[in-house]
Design a protein around this ligand. Sequence first.
Ligand code: ATP
Length: 205
Amino acid sequence: MTPARTTTRRIGVFGGAFDPPHAAHVALVQAALDNLQLDELRVVPTGQAWHKAWSLSPAPDRLAMAQLAFAEVPRVVIDPIEINRAGPSYTLDTLHEMKIRWPEAEFFLIMGEDQARALTTWHDWPEILRLAIICVAEREITTGESPRFIAPKLHKSRFKRLQMPAMPVSATDIRARIAAHQRVVPLVFEPVARYIDDHNLYQTI
Ligand code: ATP
């Protein structure tokens, strides 16, 4: 285990719908822990996602699945901060709350390339960049339409690349497979698959 640093606390923040959490989420978290010398990594399931087209599964289910998916990963904390907050979930509010709680900490906002490409549409994104370093993992491109993410020129120093093998996994695909009664292990881990089964999630899309 990497010893915790004694200087500024380094906190990773990884938000998402996690509907359901899958193997690429866990690989991304592992890559962040391995490469960013984080003291902890807070996985933050979104409350109300302002940018997702479908209605999400109930928050308690997504929270429970996240607990199961990341149970074996050291230094991960599942943080219900956005689920406990009323209204749409904005990353900026989350970072502000965390900054109040840990004023001396350095924050690393972790995301896949698709989210990074959309970052400049997020509420007050320059302030997000002021509060956190954005760490971007490559994501398998499935259509020819999505270009690779390029950090905005003026803010290059606020971005980092996270090396991880590109994994062609998405929650959308997993939900479709479940609705079609296909097996989803190992795309999701066994305990998560069991939870989905026990709670009849994703039976229709
Ligand atoms: P959906 O298909 O429902 O949109 P998703 O698989 O993208 O879901 P989210 O919970 O929306 O999962 O994603 C949370 C974070 O994980 C985002 O930053 C997203 O870019 C990242 N992510 C998800 N899947 C991958 C992947 N295969 N490779 C790299 N990053 C990923």
